[in-house]
Design a protein around this ligand. Structure first.
Ligand code: CUA
Length: 156
């Protein structure tokens, strides 16, 4: 009688352990699937133009001191073609690629982002001085790579 009871307990414990184990595996796989490289967000490059915020590339004011700049990088340029942001505000650049790997590198700043297809690449920056800032692609992306550039106009 006693043995039977213990068997039941052990069986229950075994099933419980198995479910727990599978849950951990599942949760881990899910987490990694959504954050492949240290907390980066992913996006389907095929559906980039239908997926917010990349369905509306451009400069969006978030609040008094914060702007979000949504950029689509594609062979061989950046969308939107014109970027205008103010001095002294927090600018959050969100860049995604519609095709191959590019970069979004603002010359003379520490903004030098790899733009990997399938990822939302984010970097914050505050411009101290107004002026025209050159943006180039540092990642070889094909025949037009050397022509892949844009500029950011930083206003007072
Ligand atoms: Cu895009 Cu090089």
């Amino acid at each position: 009688m006693h043995i039977h009871k213990y068997e039941k307990i052990w069986l229950g414990f075994g099933i419980f352990s198995l479910v727990l184990f599978l849950s951990i595996i599942g949760v881990t796989a899910f987490a990694f699937n959504h954050h492949p490289a240290g907390g980066m967000e992913t996006i389907d490059p095929e559906k980039l133009e239908q997926t917010a915020p990349f369905d509306h590339p451009g400069v969006h004011q978030i609040d008094q001191d914060t702007y979000e700049v949504v950029i689509v990088a594609k062979t061989f340029g950046y969308d939107p073609p014109e970027i205008k942001v103010p001095t002294g505000k927090k600018i959050i650049f969100k860049v995604a690629s519609a095709d191959v790997s590019h970069s979004f590198s603002i010359v003379n700043t520490n903004v030098n982002m790899m733009v990997i297809p399938g990822q939302i690449n984010t970097k914050e920056y505050t411009f101290d001085k107004p002026g025209q800032y050159l943006v180039i692609c540092n990642e070889y992306c094909g025949t037009g790579h050397h022509f892949m550039k844009t500029s950011i106009e930083v206003i007072e």
